[in-house]
Write a protein that binds this ligand. Structure first.
Ligand code: ZN
Length: 134
Protein backbone atom coordinates (compact mmCIF):
# COMPACT_ATOMS: atom_id res chain seq x y z
CA UNK A 1 0.00 0.00 0.00
CA UNK A 2 1.07 3.55 -0.53
CA UNK A 3 0.62 5.79 2.52
CA UNK A 4 1.10 9.49 1.78
CA UNK A 5 0.73 10.90 5.27
CA UNK A 6 -0.98 10.75 8.64
CA UNK A 7 -4.49 11.94 7.87
CA UNK A 8 -5.55 12.40 11.47
CA UNK A 9 -5.08 11.30 15.05
CA UNK A 10 -8.20 10.11 16.85
CA UNK A 11 -8.33 11.32 20.45
CA UNK A 12 -10.83 9.80 22.88
CA UNK A 13 -12.45 12.20 25.33
CA UNK A 14 -15.41 11.89 27.65
CA UNK A 15 -16.59 15.36 26.75
CA UNK A 16 -15.54 17.51 23.80
CA UNK A 17 -16.81 20.64 25.55
CA UNK A 18 -14.58 19.94 28.54
CA UNK A 19 -11.38 19.58 26.52
CA UNK A 20 -11.94 22.38 24.00
CA UNK A 21 -10.46 25.12 26.20
CA UNK A 22 -7.12 23.26 26.12
CA UNK A 23 -7.10 22.74 22.35
CA UNK A 24 -8.44 26.19 21.52
CA UNK A 25 -7.18 28.55 24.22
CA UNK A 26 -3.86 26.89 25.02
CA UNK A 27 -2.83 25.30 21.72
CA UNK A 28 -4.60 27.93 19.64
CA UNK A 29 -6.27 25.41 17.31
CA UNK A 30 -9.72 25.91 15.86
CA UNK A 31 -12.59 23.49 15.44
CA UNK A 32 -13.65 23.60 11.79
CA UNK A 33 -16.27 20.89 11.92
CA UNK A 34 -18.34 18.82 14.31
CA UNK A 35 -20.23 15.76 13.24
CA UNK A 36 -22.09 12.86 14.81
CA UNK A 37 -21.13 9.51 13.27
CA UNK A 38 -24.07 7.24 14.11
CA UNK A 39 -22.26 4.21 12.77
CA UNK A 40 -19.46 4.60 15.30
CA UNK A 41 -21.63 6.04 18.10
CA UNK A 42 -19.43 9.09 18.49
CA UNK A 43 -19.60 12.82 18.24
CA UNK A 44 -16.51 14.22 16.56
CA UNK A 45 -14.83 17.61 16.46
CA UNK A 46 -12.07 18.28 13.95
CA UNK A 47 -9.13 20.64 14.37
CA UNK A 48 -6.33 21.22 11.89
CA UNK A 49 -2.63 21.16 12.69
CA UNK A 50 -1.10 22.01 9.35
CA UNK A 51 -2.07 19.17 7.01
CA UNK A 52 -2.89 16.79 9.84
CA UNK A 53 -6.19 16.77 11.68
CA UNK A 54 -7.05 15.96 15.23
CA UNK A 55 -10.32 14.09 15.56
CA UNK A 56 -11.79 14.43 19.04
CA UNK A 57 -14.10 11.50 19.74
CA UNK A 58 -16.83 11.68 22.33
CA UNK A 59 -18.99 8.58 22.89
CA UNK A 60 -22.71 9.13 22.34
CA UNK A 61 -23.82 6.04 24.28
CA UNK A 62 -22.44 3.40 26.68
CA UNK A 63 -22.14 0.85 23.84
CA UNK A 64 -19.74 3.04 21.91
CA UNK A 65 -16.32 1.42 21.45
CA UNK A 66 -14.84 4.78 22.46
CA UNK A 67 -16.75 4.59 25.76
CA UNK A 68 -15.35 1.09 26.28
CA UNK A 69 -11.85 2.40 25.54
CA UNK A 70 -12.33 5.12 28.19
CA UNK A 71 -13.87 2.67 30.67
CA UNK A 72 -10.83 0.42 30.30
CA UNK A 73 -8.55 3.25 31.33
CA UNK A 74 -7.76 4.44 27.81
CA UNK A 75 -7.19 8.15 27.45
CA UNK A 76 -5.84 10.41 24.76
CA UNK A 77 -4.71 8.94 21.47
CA UNK A 78 -7.22 6.32 20.37
CA UNK A 79 -6.17 5.65 16.79
CA UNK A 80 -3.83 6.73 14.02
CA UNK A 81 -5.32 7.27 10.56
CA UNK A 82 -3.17 6.94 7.48
CA UNK A 83 -4.14 8.33 4.12
CA UNK A 84 -3.68 5.65 1.48
CA UNK A 85 -3.24 6.72 -2.11
CA UNK A 86 -4.00 3.42 -3.82
CA UNK A 87 -7.41 2.71 -2.31
CA UNK A 88 -8.65 1.39 1.01
CA UNK A 89 -10.16 -1.74 -0.57
CA UNK A 90 -6.84 -2.66 -2.14
CA UNK A 91 -4.99 -1.95 1.11
CA UNK A 92 -7.42 -4.16 3.04
CA UNK A 93 -6.99 -7.01 0.57
CA UNK A 94 -3.22 -6.73 0.87
CA UNK A 95 -3.37 -6.66 4.71
CA UNK A 96 -5.73 -9.63 4.71
CA UNK A 97 -3.29 -11.51 2.51
CA UNK A 98 -0.49 -10.81 4.99
CA UNK A 99 -2.55 -12.17 7.87
CA UNK A 100 -3.38 -8.82 9.47
CA UNK A 101 -6.61 -8.95 11.48
CA UNK A 102 -9.21 -6.63 9.97
CA UNK A 103 -11.96 -4.89 11.93
CA UNK A 104 -13.61 -3.82 8.68
CA UNK A 105 -13.64 -6.22 5.76
CA UNK A 106 -14.69 -3.42 3.42
CA UNK A 107 -14.39 0.38 3.50
CA UNK A 108 -17.24 2.29 5.13
CA UNK A 109 -18.18 5.92 5.46
CA UNK A 110 -16.30 7.74 8.21
CA UNK A 111 -16.41 11.29 9.49
CA UNK A 112 -15.35 14.28 7.41
CA UNK A 113 -16.24 12.69 4.07
CA UNK A 114 -13.70 9.88 4.24
CA UNK A 115 -13.91 6.23 3.31
CA UNK A 116 -12.32 4.32 6.14
CA UNK A 117 -11.46 0.89 7.47
CA UNK A 118 -9.86 -0.18 10.73
CA UNK A 119 -7.12 -2.75 11.32
CA UNK A 120 -7.14 -4.60 14.63
CA UNK A 121 -4.55 -3.42 17.19
CA UNK A 122 -3.64 -7.06 17.92
CA UNK A 123 -2.03 -7.11 14.46
CA UNK A 124 -0.68 -3.57 14.43
CA UNK A 125 1.69 -3.26 17.40
CA UNK A 126 -1.16 -2.19 19.67
CA UNK A 127 -2.02 0.85 17.57
CA UNK A 128 -5.61 0.91 16.42
CA UNK A 129 -5.02 1.80 12.78
CA UNK A 130 -7.42 3.46 10.40
CA UNK A 131 -6.85 3.53 6.66
CA UNK A 132 -8.66 6.26 4.80
CA UNK A 133 -9.17 7.91 1.45
CA UNK A 134 -11.23 10.88 0.36
ZN1 ZN B 1 -10.50 8.45 12.71
Amino acid sequence: MKISRIEHLGIAVQSIDEVLPYFQDVLGLEVYKTEVVEDQKVKTAFLKVGEVKLELLEPTCPESTVQKFLDNGGRGIHHVAFKVEDGVSEALAMCDGKGIRLIDKAPRKGADGLHIAFLHPKSTCGILTELCEE
